[in-house]
Design a protein around this ligand. Structure first.
Ligand SMILES: [Zn+2]
Length: 123
């Protein structure tokens, strides 16, 4: 992978990071509002809250991946799968610039359930 490709990836990742952060803070505000509302009104919105929490978890994972990808660009190892060390296809990196796993390893981690356990979200 060339320096030029790295700077292209960074140009995609940085706005993505900003947007993800903005979305997280928007959902957190919604959640805070829901919580305050619930104190007075009983708990009519538990499903909505679960849905927002799930969305927030996805966004935080996304943010982690983006930060990770950016640090790999800094280290000069961006584009190499963190699991198997093979080069990640450039089409895959174009489509998902935050990815740090090749398609095979990504499929494995998704099956293995690397997701964070529920309830670890720091509000
Ligand atoms: Zn791999």
């Amino acid at each position: 992978m060339t320096k030029d490709k790295w700077s292209q990836a960074r140009k995609k990742l940085e706005p993505e990071q900003r947007e993800t952060l903005a979305e997280i803070s928007r959902f957190r505000k919604t959640l805070k509002y829901e919580l305050e509302y619930d104190l007075e009104e009983g708990d009519p919105n538990i499903y909505e809250r679960e849905r927002i929490l799930a969305l927030l978890r996805n966004l935080e994972e996304m943010l982690d991946s983006i930060a990770n990808a950016l640090s790999l660009i800094e280290e000069g190892t961006y584009g190499i799968c963190e699991n198997c060390g093979r080069e990640i296809g450039s089409a895959r990196l174009e489509a998902l610039p935050h990815t740090t796993f090749c398609i095979e390893c990504k499929a494995l981690t998704e099956k293995g359930g690397a997701a964070r356990p529920a309830g670890q979200l720091a509000l």
